[in-house]
Design a protein around this ligand. Structure first.
Ligand SMILES: Cc1cc2nc3c(=O)[nH]c(=O)nc-3n(C[C@H](O)[C@H](O)[C@H](O)COP(=O)(O)OP(=O)(O)OC[C@H]3O[C@@H](n4cnc5c(N)ncnc54)[C@H](O)[C@@H]3O)c2cc1C
Length: 419
């Protein structure tokens, strides 16, 4: 399905850049288009973020998905973060602020095995033990994962972009494909034909590619919207707080019903609000104060530093909080025959050259590398083993299968009432 044309990747955030990373490593040339004049201008532009395994005692699709992402992405992220300003810290603490974490904590305390999860690096610790690890006194017990990382997403994107754009690497190597960047150009329409896909930019230029990957985060070109499953843009504000005592001692990610990251660049990042329906890009002081207030409930020593800044960005959320990665249907009107995996006798055709890699929600730092790899295998006609089960979990077809399941259930219950 690949021809001599490059693959066009729309979106220069973590999802787009890690897609190019996987494509280029097969010698595939790419064009990156982003409406902003620099990469990582949207959700991926936070100065700090964390990569932690998702712990759950139940083997849900979410737990399975993030476990695979974590083990796949760890080393790739480490490589790029070391050359882009790695934190001198690692590990993460999660205080017990959810039922899920309480269950994990209990299971760890009981010492019982859980075949579904690889918990070798995870420990249940008392408040005193956690305080010794964090070097800051905390109020309650929790879970500590030594393998988790605090990273700088924006730096990683910039470093990755420089690496991918380095032409000498492409000419000196047998495999590295080339990258052409078209920054500051918005994609407004995409048309698929038998042998290529054409992308129309807001400056009137049309570019042809063998495939297009939409890695556009919370939005996509309006003209393709009707074919795509819905996304919700959830506003997230982080506060930059002054690095004074005791935060200057913090050695690892501290998670509660918010999170605090170790100092970097003269401040600590305190996150994050989770605001449905609010589209404002303005920083709101009251939101940052609320984050500080939450933190104070979990610290056992006083902190009186100032708020020195912050950032607003938007998570792209799907209905089940897992990304959409794969091909979408050319016609969503006929849902009758769609089965869970998007097949079925009369199920509509899928686009052959238009692919999604979006909906990374609150955990794109760890999901983007594996999703780029899986999508590249699909586009390049390679086997997706050993990731076939993960590819099925993120297939965008699940959205319509879910719509159908709900409507079948409704019909069943209304026919039950009539009888
Ligand atoms: C407050 C907050 C804190 C977070 N903390 C963490 C964390 O600690 N750990 C973690 O793993 N994840 C975290 N995340 C999530 C993570 O940041 C995202 O999942 C990730 O950045 C998504 O990357 P993306 O490439 O899909 O989207 P984006 O980074 O949003 O990139 C999309 C790109 O597409 C471009 N674009 C859109 N439409 C068009 C168009 N029509 N034409 C051209 N270009 C277009 C945009 O300019 C943008 O650059 C956090 C998110 C938020 C909001």
């Amino acid at each position: 399905m690949l021809n001599d044309l490059p693959v066009i990747v729309v979106g220069g955030g973590l999802a787009g850049l890690f897609s190019i990373y996987a494509l280029q490593s097969r010698g595939i040339d790419c064009i990156l288009v982003d409406e902003n004049h620099e990469v990582a201008a949207a959700a991926s532009g936070n100065p700090a973020g964390a990569v932690l395994p998702y712990l759950s005692v139940n083997e849900t699709p979410t737990a399975k998905f993030y476990r695979s992402c974590f083990s796949y992405s760890k080393n790739i992220l480490k490589n790029f973060s070391e050359i882009s300003g790695h934190y001198p810290s690692s590990g993460a603490i999660r205080l017990l602020t959810s039922r899920r974490l309480e269950d994990v904590y209990r299971r760890l305390m009981e010492g019982s095995e859980n075949a579904a999860l690889d918990w070798t690096d995870v420990k249940a610790l008392s408040a005193d033990e956690l305080s010794a690890v964090a070097r800051v006194r905390v109020n309650g017990p929790g879970v500590y994962y030594a393998d988790a990382m605090s990273l700088r997403p924006k730096n990683i994107c910039r470093r990755l972009f420089d690496y991918l754009s380095d032409d000498s690497r492409a000419t000196n190597s047998l495999v590295a494909g080339k990258l052409q960047a078209r920054l500051g150009q918005q994609v407004i329409d995409i048309r698929e034909s038998a042998d290529k896909v054409s992308v129309l930019m807001d400056n009137g230029v049309v570019v042809d590619g063998s495939h297009v990957i939409l890695a556009t985060g919370r939005s996509w070109p309006e003209s393709v919207g009707p074919f795509l499953p819905p996304l919700e843009a959830v506003r997230g504000q982080i506060a930059f707080v002054e690095t004074t005592s005791p935060l200057d001692r913090l050695s690892c990610h501290l998670g509660f019903n918010g999170y605090l990251l170790p100092a970097a660049g003269g401040f600590n990042v305190l996150g994050a609000t989770f605001d449905h329906g609010n589209k404002s890009e303005e920083l709101v002081l009251a939101d940052s104060m609320m984050l500080l207030e939450k933190l104070s409930h979990h610290l056992a020593e006083p902190y009186s530093g100032k708020i020195v800044g912050g950032r607003v960005s938007f998570r792209a959320h799907t209905f089940d909080r897992l990304p959409y990665v794969g091909a979408v249907f050319t016609d969503n009107s006929n849902l009758q025959e769609i089965t869970e995996d998007g097949s079925g006798m009369n199920a509509p055709q899928r686009f052959k050259r238009l692919w999604l890699n979006t909906g990374h929600g609150s955990r794109g730092l760890q999901s983007a590398p594996l999703m780029g790899e899986i999508l590249t295998r699909m586009i390049n006609g390679e086997s997706i083993e050993p990731h076939a089960d993960i590819a099925a979990i993120v297939d965008p077809a699940r959205y319509w299968a879910n719509v159908k399941r709900k409507s079948d259930k409704k019909m069943m219950s209304s026919s039950g009432r009539q009888e």
